[in-house]
Design a binder for this molecule. Structure first.
Ligand code: ATP
Ligand code: MG
Length: 443
């Protein structure tokens, strides 16, 4: 018989497991924690949308729409696209569900996105983002709140060292158009020296030349006119409000007057949190104000601002992440004890202890595995224990062992669990101190 070829994974996809999965999960859980602090409501979005959702809102000339989308015709003949980003789909949902009545809406989500890119470290064809949006808020306060959210997320993840917030304004439509004309004049004068891609962009999307990664484009992009000379009074005032808000909240930022966003619908605030620790894939979180997007989907003029962050890139920046340790190991000795172990483990889980059965290999091996899993105690069940109705309870930190009824096991395990909570709190004394201070404020 011919050997059957095992199908290979799709290029640019990852099977996330082990330590990478710990990192991934830690990023998502921290995001869920922080978004609640800021009152963002979670939302789940379809993974595919009609192609028009992205083509219209992102603009036909962006890299994402022109080169990176996974679009296909379904069996009914409709053109669908796997979402390359969240914002357009959320804006579509805002319109088709009549969410205008709830505006301003603070929404957050996370999940997989798809872009046909050249895979490399930190750049995949299926990747994952955290996403936060405020729809229906035109004030600079919304931009500030979102940036504080992003800043706190990076702090909570412990990765804010070496990450800088780069901030720019793209002005209102009038400022942006005037700047665009000046950029086109500048780039036309240097057209012959631009890369082939940038020569194309010159006609279609000249702002994109500013963040070209081609070396030959850099001197021309770096000497291009800055937006400041073209900003209307209103646009200047708006930007001043954003920077004053950030200063008031203690969020550090630097101005990058050449920062643009790849997508066409951005106005006013544009920002990126950038690190030098990930090589060319240094942008971990990026966003801005997209006041023009909802109109481009046929809705009423609706101001909005948002950001997205790459989960994989954030995960790569994390220090070592330890897997959540197991609480109780159950170690049966002999066949009869194996069934008993199932019911013991089940009872422990019903009392909210994490527990696992270590039922294969020699006794020593079983105990070693229990230790490796980080268990606080092992519950050992042998022939004698089956007869007496009691089990051996071994504290794995001290080695102490005693024969206990299940009620006593629960009691002892609860004590160990509590002691561990206090231990963890101790080693995190800063948090404990501030909690005690807060308690003091209460009386
Ligand atoms: P880049 O310039 O790196 O291509 P972008 O402007 O296309 O980024 P956005 O659309 O702003 O990126 O996406 C927000 C964030 O999502 C990025 O800052 C990055 O962290 C992450 N991201 C974007 N594309 C990918 C990808 N292909 N693989 C992994 N992460 C990605
Ligand atoms: Mg990109």
């Amino acid at each position: 018989m011919a050997k059957i070829q095992t199908p290979q994974p799709v290029r640019g996809t990852q099977d996330i497991f082990g330590e990478d999965q710990e990192r991934f999960q830690h990023v998502v859980e921290t995001f869920e924690f922080v978004r609640r602090l800021y009152g963002f409501k979670g939302v789940q979005m379809p993974v595919f949308e009609p192609t028009a959702v992205f083509a219209r809102s992102l603009g036909e000339t962006t890299d994402v729409v022109s080169k990176e989308m996974y679009s296909f015709e379904d069996r009914g003949g409709d053109s669908l696209t796997l979402r390359p980003e969240f914002t357009a789909g959320i804006s579509r949902a805002f319109l088709t569900n009549g969410w205008q009545q709830h505006a301003p809406m603070k929404l957050s989500t996370h999940g997989p996105l798809f872009r046909y890119e050249r895979p490399q470290k930190g750049r995949y064809r299926q990747f994952h983002q955290l996403d936060a949006e405020i729809i229906g808020a035109g004030e600079a306060a919304a931009d500030v709140e979102l940036l504080c959210f992003a800043d706190q997320l990076l702090n909570e993840l412990g990765i804010s060292d070496g990450v800088t917030l780069q901030l720019n304004t793209l002005g209102d439509a009038e400022s942006r158009d005037a700047w665009r004309d000046a950029l086109v004049d500048h780039f036309r004068a240097h057209k012959a020296d631009l890369s082939k891609d940038s020569q194309d962009r010159l006609e279609r999307n000249p702002l994109r030349i500013l963040d070209s990664k081609e070396r030959q484009d850099r001197p021309i992009a770096d000497s291009a006119p800055e937006i400041d000379a073209y900003l209307s009074d209103e646009a200047q005032e708006f930007f001043a409000q954003v920077t004053e808000g950030l200063d008031a909240c203690g969020v550090a930022w630097t101005r990058n007057s050449r920062l643009v966003r790849g997508l066409d619908y951005y106005r006013h605030t544009a920002f990126e949190f950038v690190t030098d620790r990930l090589g060319a894939q240094g942008t971990v979180l990026a966003g801005g104000r997209y006041d023009g997007l909802i109109e481009s989907l046929g809705g009423p003029a609706t101001p909005a601002v948002g950001w997205a962050a790459g989960i994989e890139r954030l995960g790569m920046l994390l220090d070592d992440v330890a897997p959540e340790p197991l609480e109780l190991a159950v170690v049966p000795m002999g066949d009869a004890a194996t069934t008993k172990a199932l019911s013991v483990a089940n009872e422990l889980r019903n009392f909210d202890f994490s527990s696992e059965i270590f039922g294969s290999g020699k006794f020593k091996k079983r105990m070693a595995r229990s230790n490796q899993a980080g268990a606080l105690a092992a519950i050992i069940i042998g022939e004698d224990e089956l007869a007496s109705g009691k089990v051996q309870f071994k504290n794995l930190a001290t080695g102490e062992q005693s024969e206990l009824t299940m009620d006593e096991v629960i009691e002892q395990a609860r004590e160990l669990q509590l002691a561990k909570v206090f231990d963890d709190a101790d080693s995190n004394s800063e948090r404990l101190d501030s909690a005690i201070e807060a308690l003091g404020d209460l009386d």
